[in-house]
Design a protein around this ligand. Structure first.
Ligand SMILES: [Fe+2]
Ligand SMILES: [Fe+2]
Ligand SMILES: [Fe+2]
Ligand SMILES: [Fe+2]
Length: 430
C-alpha cells in the first residue's frame, strides 16, 4: 500500500475519551511473547514521535507548523498512554526488562536481515550481540529474584546465552559514532529501519533509567546502571547513522512514515483480535499525520514526499524466533570491536592505547556488576543459567574465550577457566 494515497482518520476525530485511551491490560501469562514485544516497541515509537515534535517546535519560528505540531503531539501522547498501559500492573520490572531485551534481540536480527545497506547491517549485527548478552545477565536475576523461569516471558523463542561480555560494551562514546547514510541515496527501508531501532533503544534506556532503582538489591541496581550505560551507547551509535542534513520537515515526514509502517506491520502480524484492532485504529491516525507532514513538506520545501519515503509501506518489525541467525552472528562476530575510524576490528587487532580501554578500566575498577551477576548465581546454583540447544550450550567456554578482552578486565571477571569449572561441577538446569 502507498500510505500517501490511503485514507486516514481526520485529525479532529482523533482525540478519544479516557475510557478509550486507557484500555484493559493484557494478561501477562496468556499474551503471546511477540504481542508483548510489539507493545514494547510501539511505545518506544510513540515516545520518540512525541519527543521529536517538542524538539522541532522549540526551534521552529513558523506558526502554521508549530500549531500542527501541537495538535498532533497531543494525539501522539494519547497513543503512548494507550500502548504503554496495555502492560499489566502485575508484570514485574524484571519481566518487562526481559521483554525489552527480547525486542532488542529479535528486532535487530530481523532488521539486519532486511537492511539493504551493508554498513548499516554490520552495525545492527554489532549491537545485536550486546543486547543478547544483556538478556543473559537479566535472566540470571529473574531466576534469582523472582524464582521464575525466563521462558515464562520469552516462551522459548529467544535463547539465553552469554555473548560479547557486557563489561566489554563500554566504550569511549566517540567511537560509537558511525558514518551516516546519504539522504538522497538511502532506501526508505534503511531510514525506517534505523529510526525504528533508535526509538526502541532510546525507550530501553529510559525504562532502565526510571526502573532500575525499584530493586533494593545492590548488585542488581548496579547491573541496571551498567546496562543502561550501554543503551546510551546504542542510541548514540544508531542515531549517528541518520543523515544530519535532513531538514526538520523531512525528519517529520520520516517519523510519521515510520509510525505508519510499524503499526501496519504489527497489525498484519497480530493474532490477538483486540490488540490487532488497536494497532489498526492507531495506524489510521498515523496515515493522517503523514498526510499533514507531506502537505507541509510540499508547501514549505517545494519537494515531492515520495523522494524521501518512496511510495509504499515497508516492514520494520516482523517478530519471529531468530535463534539460528543470532547463533550465526554469535559464533562469528563475538570478538568484533569498534575501531577509531568509524569501522570495525577484532580484539587481537586492538592497539594498547585503544581509547575504550580507559573507560572500561575506570568503570570496572571496583568490579563489574554484570560479572558479579554470574558469580552470585554460581554460589547458589553452581553455574549460570543458559537456555539454548546443547550444540550452542557446549560452545559457551569457547565463546567466552574468544569474546573477552584480556586488557582492562574487571577484578571480578569470570574467566573462561572458572566458567569451565562451574559447568563441570554443576548439574544446574532451571
Ligand atoms: Fe503516534
Ligand atoms: Fe540491551
Ligand atoms: Fe540496546
Ligand atoms: Fe504520528
Amino acid at each position: 500500500m502507498n500510505p500517501l494515497k490511503e485514507k486516514g482518520i481526520p485529525l479532529e476525530k482523533q482525540p478519544r475519551s479516557w475510557h478509550n485511551i486507557v484500555k484493559r491490560p493484557f494478561n501477562k501469562n496468556e499474551v503471546d511473547c511477540y504481542s508483548r514485544t510489539r507493545q514494547i516497541l510501539l511505545n518506544g515509537i510513540e515516545v520518540e514521535a512525541w519527543n521529536f515534535k517538542h524538539a522541532f517546535a522549540r526551534l521552529c519560528p513558523v506558526k502554521e507548523i508549530t500549531q500542527k505540531l501541537a495538535e498532533i503531539r497531543k494525539i501522539e501522547d494519547q497513543h503512548q498512554t494507550t500502548i504503554n498501559w496495555l502492560a499489566p500492573s502485575d508484570q514485574s520490572v524484571l519481566e518487562t526488562t526481559l521483554g525489552y531485551e527480547q525486542v532488542a534481540v529479535d528486532l535487530t536480527a530481523w532488521l539486519a536481515q532486511n537492511e539493504p545497506d551493508e554498513y548499516v547491517k554490520e552495525t545492527f549485527n554489532f549491537g545485536l550481540l550486546e543486547d543478547f548478552d544483556h538478556l543473559y545477565r537479566y535472566s540470571q536475576w529473574y531466576y534469582m529474584t523472582e524464582g521464575a523461569d525466563p521462558d515464562d516471558i520469552l516462551q522459548a523463542q529467544t535463547d539465553v546465552m552469554l555473548s560479547r561480555p557486557t563489561q566489554n560494551h563500554h566504550n569511549d562514546n566517540k567511537l560509537r559514532l558511525r558514518k551516516h547514510y546519504e539522504k538522497t541515496e538511502a532506501a526508505p527501508q534503511t531510514k525506517v529501519n534505523i529510526l525504528t531501532l533508535v526509538s526502541g533503544e532510546q525507550q530501553t534506556h529510559n525504562y532502565y533509567a526510571e526502573h532500575g532503582f525499584f530493586y533494593g538489591n545492590d548488585i542488581l541496581r548496579k547491573t541496571y546502571a551498567e546496562i543502561k550505560d550501554i543503551e546510551e551507547e546504542h542510541v548514540t551509535m544508531y542515531e549517528s547513522l541518520i543523515d544530519p542534513t535532513e531538514t526538520w520537515l523531512e525528519k517529520l515526514l520520516i517519523h510519521e512514515f515510520t509510525e505508519v509502517c510499524n503499526y501496519h506491520n504489527c497489525m498484519k502480524d497480530e493474532e490477538d483480535y483486540r490488540l490487532k484492532s488497536i494497532w489498526e485504529e492507531l495506524m489510521l491516525h498515523e496515515i493522517e499525520h503523514l498526510h499533514i507532514a507531506a502537505d507541509l513538506f510540499k508547501k514549505y520545501e517545494k519537494r515531492d514526499p515520495e523522494e524521501v519515503i518512496g511510495n509504499k509501506v515497508v516492514d520494520p518489525c516482523h517478530f519471529k524466533s531468530q535463534k539460528d541467525y543470532v547463533t550465526k552472528i554469535l559464533e562469528t562476530e563475538i570478538d568484533k570491536r569498534l575501531d577509531t575510524e568509524m569501522g570495525y576490528t577484532t580484539i587481537d587487532e586492538l592497539p594498547d592505547d585503544w581509547p575504550s580501554y580507559e573507560f572500561q578500566e575506570k568503570a570496572g575498577e571496583d568490579g563489574s556488576p554484570s560479572e558479579m551477576t554470574i558469580r552470585i548465581i554460581s554460589t547458589s546454583a553452581g553455574r549460570d543459567l543458559v537456555l539454548a540447544d546443547d550444540s550452542l550450550k557446549n560452545d559457551e567456554v569457547k565463546l567466552l574465550t574468544k569474546g573477552l578482552e584480556s586488557i582492562a578486565q574487571a577484578p571480578d571477571t569470570v574467566t573462561p577457566e572458572e566458567l569451565e569449572e562451574m559447568i563441570e561441577t554443576s548439574d544446574f538446569s532451571k
